[in-house]
Design a protein around this ligand. Structure first.
Ligand code: SF4
Length: 373
């Protein structure tokens, strides 16, 4: 399985917690930028001609902020340059404050068959604190425009003044609007973002409170029929994100656009984070990747375990042996001993017990330490 990621780095304005590569004042560059993305695709087409891609993901930034004809153009270019599976999952991130009927029509024409909507919270005062451009009504409006299309909703935990009841309202709204998939994750406070001041002032919930919110959210989601298939991802069975599952299975993917990462043929590489540099580089006929590394066998083993243990499917012991020629017991005897209480074996699959998924980082630590020895 292989995926394509396209990064669209434009937003109407900057959210207070945002540390992503996104520009609030540069949407006038969108057409020139996308022309470079199309060129970058063309340049990669020859070397990737033997691949069939199963997923395409437009992320950002705010892909729904730029003119939709540029998304249509990107899909036309993808189809011209690469082989796409017939049933490819094509996802576009959608900001509820940026959509209208004709945009959705163009996305559908482009073949987009899955939307990821950044609701974050159904409480308008919290959306205003986050400096988001939408309110809860915009979310409802956006989901109505989708007229039954498959969509996912982002829900954030750990917000200023957020209560368990607010989380309930948010999940209930997403469910009532027909969201088949919910990504529920904790706010990450990045140094230098405006929300960092709230953090320093002690105005954000502490880690125990966030853990409680997560537990509460998990219970609610289960009641509503969403199954947890990864620590932050919940879906009505059959609606799991193929694109993300490919990441967690350590599948290959190619990224286009500024800051996009790729993992192809055992190599990881990442494009420049500088918009001017990206455009100059592509126009001059060069690849815009600024870092590239061959993944060592030891790193590959650890990545395989770490990614698989994030999911409810766990690590397949047979697959591990087929890939690496050794067993998990051969490579990580001490880590397995140290983490035995957190793990369970289900047939051929080693999994983190449900109740410990939230603290998976500490479960993974002994594997990381053993890999480094
Ligand atoms: S919409 Fe997303 S990418 Fe854009 S500023 Fe807000 S958090 Fe950042």
């Amino acid at each position: 399985m292989a995926g394509i990621y396209v990064h669209i780095p434009f937003c109407r304005h900057k959210c207070s917690y945002c540390d992503f590569v996104s520009f609030p004042d540069k949407v006038d560059y969108a057409e020139a930028y996308m022309a470079c993305v199309y060129r970058e695709m063309k340049k990669r087409s020859e070397e990737l001609k033997n691949y069939t891609f199963d997923t395409v993901y437009f992320g950002g930034g705010t892909p729904s902020y730029i003119p939709p004809k540029l998304i249509l153009g990107a899909m036309n270019q993808i189809r011209q340059c690469f082989k796409l599976a017939k049933d490819a999952e094509i996802t576009l991130e959608l900001n509820p404050g940026t959509v209208g009927e004709s945009k959705i029509e163009t996305y559908k024409k482009a073949g987009v068959n899955r939307f990821s909507i950044g609701l974050q919270t159904a409480i308008d005062s919290q959306l205003a604190d986050l400096n988001r451009i939408h309110n809860a009504r915009d979310y409802v409006y956006a989901t109505k425009l989708l007229k039954g299309e498959n969509f996912s909703t982002d829900v954030m935990l750990g917000l200023k003044n957020q209560t368990l009841d607010d989380i309930k309202k948010t999940i209930e709204l997403a469910h009532a609007c027909g969201s088949k998939h919910i990504s529920m994750y904790a706010l990450t406070v990045e140094d230098g973002t405006p929300i960092y001041t709230d953090y320093l002032n002690g105005e954000l919930p502490d880690s125990d409170e966030v853990a409680q919110m997560y537990e509460y959210g998990c219970t609610l989601l289960k009641e509503k029929g969403y199954e947890r298939y990864e620590i932050s991802n919940f879906a009505v069975p059959g609606y799991e994100s193929k694109h993300n599952l490919n990441y967690w299975k350590r599948g290959e993917y190619i990224g286009f656009g500024i800051s996009a990462s790729s993992f192809m043929q055992g190599k990881r590489f990442t494009n420049t984070f500088d918009l001017d540099e990206y455009m100059k580089c592509v126009i001059s006929g060069f690849y815009p990747a600024v870092t590239s590394e061959e993944v060592s066998e030891e790193d590959a083993k650890f990545e395989f375990i770490m990614l698989a243990l994030r999911t409810k499917y766990g690590v397949s012991m047979n697959e591990y042996k087929e890939k690496f020629g050794s067993t998990l017991g051969d490579d990580f005897p001490n880590a397995l001993k140290k983490t035995v209480k957190y793990l369970e074996l289900d047939g051929d699959r080693l999994k983190i017990k449900d109740e410990y998924l939230y603290v998976q980082n500490s479960v993974l630590m002994p594997f990381m330490e053993e890999e480094r020895k």
